[in-house]
Write a protein that binds this ligand. Structure first.
Ligand code: TRP
Length: 325
């Protein structure tokens, strides 16, 4: 199993419920590799000092969310040169046309129209290299990354078609519950750091969290009743989804629990549940961030383990394409 998150912003509740929490549960079934995709972040301009800081803080937060570095290989993408090395080779087995059709490329080139760089275009090729190096069976990702795993499969199949079975063909794994957490102020768009008012960060204080839930958009229907209706009441549905994911309660159970109560009462119940879930994570992450020597050692060991596995695949690829050994 392998997945990654870009250290391009602080981790938030959507990352935790949709991704990291599920990753931590797989540890006994799979050999797990999780990394911070710092190479991918520079397809959009980053502030160097911020990127450096977030790359370390994100590791602390992964661990605080339950990813035990003794049981999972945790590493920073730029520490393992095989990613960029394989990406170059795969570039030559990826078609201009298929990259032009990627929805994320189209979205990002519209959003960052003053910086449509080649890295933004070949982003999916680097991601394919990230994945294929480790020969994973599954790649847990959010719905928005499914197309990237699909192009990765296409590239791998094309390569295998020419050279024989070099790469295992990975399956995307889209989590069901909690896989899509929407912004608290924009229940039609996924929770994102770009809308900070509606985004609950893992490092937010309890008061910040309460304030954000207080301002969460519920509904304009003034019905003031807690009912799961994704189409007509997306704000309430999103809050119910958060509550359900954290408590394990079903939607009918939640409707019954809050029957007769209004939005205000419900919002503060969700806020308190989130505060209790995130407080231990925040405290543990703060403790780890203060222990830089420990985090550096986790990164060092992770890079060593990852390089070993990635190196095996890269050597095989170099040999197959005809690079003199
Ligand atoms: N593109 C992913 C995202 O933005 C991050 C990522 C990079 C990734 N390489 C990966 C995810 C490999 C899974 C596997 O969310």
């Amino acid at each position: 199993m392998l997945s990654g998150i870009q250290p391009s912003g602080d981790l938030h509740l959507g990352n935790y419920l949709g991704a990291i929490r599920n990753w931590a549960e797989r540890v006994n079934e799979y050999e797990c590799y999780y990394f911070m995709a710092d190479l991918h972040t520079i397809t959009v301009r980053q502030e160097p000092a911020e990127l450096r800081k977030r790359s370390l803080n994100q590791l602390a937060q992964y661990i605080a969310c339950g990813l035990d570095p003794e049981k999972n290989v945790l590493f920073l993408q730029s520490h393992v040169p095989a990613h960029t090395q394989l990406a170059w080779v795969l570039n030559c087995y990826t078609m201009f046309g298929e990259l032009s059709r990627m929805t994320q490329f189209k979205d990002k080139s519209a959003k960052y129209s003053n910086n449509i760089n080649a890295g933004l275009f070949t982003y999916p090729v680097l991601m394919a290299a990230d994945i294929l190096l480790y020969q994973p069976d599954y790649v847990p990702v959010g719905e928005d990354q499914k197309q990237h795993v699909e192009i990765c499969r296409d590239i791998a199949q094309r390569f295998n078609g020419i050279y024989g079975d070099v790469f295992k063909i990975p399956e995307p794994l889209i989590a069901k519950t909690g896989s899509r957490i929407y912004g608290l102020t924009t229940p039609d768009a996924k929770m994102s750091k770009s809308v900070p008012d509606g985004c609950v960060f893992l490092m937010d204080s309890p008061d910040d969290i309460r304030r954000k839930f207080k301002r969460a958009v519920t509904d304009s229907d003034r019905e003031n009743c807690i009912r799961y209706d994704k189409v007509n009441k997306p704000g309430v549905a999103n809050l119910m989804n958060i509550y359900s994911t954290l408590t394990g309660k079903s939607m009918p159970e939640i409707e019954a629990e809050f029957a007769g109560g209004g939005y205000g009462e419900f919002k503060s119940a969700v806020a308190e549940t989130v505060v209790s879930a995130l407080s231990p994570i925040r405290e543990e992450a703060q403790r780890l961030i203060a222990d830089k020597a420990y985090l550096d050692e986790v990164y060092r060991k992770g890079a060593e383990q990852a390089s070993y596995v990635a190196g095996k695949t890269l050597r095989k690829v170099y040999k197959k394409v005809g690079f003199y050994q």
